[in-house]
Design a protein around this ligand. Structure first.
Ligand code: 5RP
Length: 225
């Protein structure tokens, strides 16, 4: 599995050219992409500016000597490479397994060429086996938890080291154990309109390309937009 993630991450780096503003994703697959960008800067003299999607990736990028800017200090992002937890045949996906969904969506929305890197186990139909992360403000989060529970969404507060997980933006995450998501658009719309929800992990139709690493090689799936 690790080898497949690495293949996908390295392949994605081929889409990066000199002078680009590059969104740097979060997670164990995006990690290999960021590592490869660091290598190309050192060994090939590649000149890019990175925009990170989490404090975790910021730390990795700084360690590799990748020049960084905030999303607020760039006009747009040329290409972003990020991981995903699930991808369906309509190019809808679940993200946020690493808790970085809010920054990931902000950077993804600002990107011209938005690429996901996954191993083949992430391709599903329908979405929903992976628990859907919902980032919520701390104030009123118990009320939201009860509301999700009443709807049968089987919520759980994400925890880390025995404490409630707090995102880079100081919010909580409630994971919804939905099993299947028959209508991702409808659910996204419902969550978008829920006061207290900052963002959710449904990334519907946002991605341009999905680089899939499998036992039989690399496949690049392109969304028609
Ligand atoms: C972090 C994410 C990740 O991209 C997603 O969880 C996939 O991670 P991995 O490549 O480690 O499986 O959305 O918030």
């Amino acid at each position: 599995m690790e080898a497949l993630k690495k293949q996908a991450g390295i392949k994605a780096a081929e889409f990066v050219q000199d002078g680009m503003i590059v969104g740097l994703g979060t997670g164990s697959t995006a990690y290999y992409f960021v590592e490869e960008i660091g290598r190309r800067i050192k060994e090939e003299g590649l000149s890019i500016t990175g925009v990170t999607t989490s404090s975790q990736t910021t730390k990795q990028a700084l360690g590799l000597g990748i020049p960084l800017k905030s999303i607020d200090d760039v006009d747009g992002v040329d290409v972003t490479v990020d991981g995903a937890d699930e991808v369906d045949p309509n190019f809808n996906g679940i993200k946020g397994g690493g808790g970085a969904l809010l920054m990931e969506k902000v950077v993804g929305m600002a990107t011209k060429d938005y690429i996901w890197v996954v191993d083949e186990s992430k391709l599903v139909d329908p979405l929903g086996s992976f628990k859907l992360p919902v980032e919520v403000v701390q104030y009123g989060s118990e009320r939201l938890f009860r509301l999700f529970s009443d709807k049968g969404y089987k919520p759980s507060f994400r925890e880390k080291d025995g404490l409630r997980f707090v995102t880079d933006m100081q919010n909580f995450i409630i994971d919804l154990d939905l099993g299947t998501i028959p209508d991702p658009e409808k659910l996204a719309d419902e969550l978008d309109h829920q006061v207290g929800v900052v963002e959710h992990g449904l990334f519907n139709g946002m991605v341009d390309k999905v680089i899939v690493a499998g036992q039989s090689g690399i496949q690049i799936l392109k969304a028609s937009k």
